[in-house]
Write a new protein. Sequence first.
Length: 166
Amino acid sequence: MDAIEALKKRRSVRDYADRPIAKKVLEEIIDCARFAPTACNVQPWEFVVVTEREALEKIARLCNYGKFIAEAGACVLVLCEDTKYYLEDGAAATENILLAAAHFGIGSCWVAGDKKPYCKDILKLAGAPAKYKLVSVLALGYPKSAGEFRLADKRPLKELLHWEKF
């Protein structure tokens, strides 16, 4: 899947096949995350990849809208040092993960992280130092349905594109 196709076909997937994701594929996905844009090249991010079923279940119980994490092949925690632009930097790395996952035919879902009441509990579960913030929790897994990667149902370009002024 090329970059434009991944951008247009990526979608939130919450129903996963019982199929592990190869460590090499997870490493490649995280490698793509480190190439995200970052303010002043600070690169405040760290990534914790969780694949153990018990830990996935704990994370799923902590997240208000992420119960499906328990069935995912992996969960990526995007952490950033508390820098001036940690949220922007972490969000850019998060999007790179979602797009790289789509490239490999892996479904994903971005579960909210930053400022949620469960952040401290997930950071503790991950063993993260106190200087880090949880930017996002990402469920990854091969979709149960083979038709997951299709063009997304989005607003037409002509409805949202403005030239020169709104």
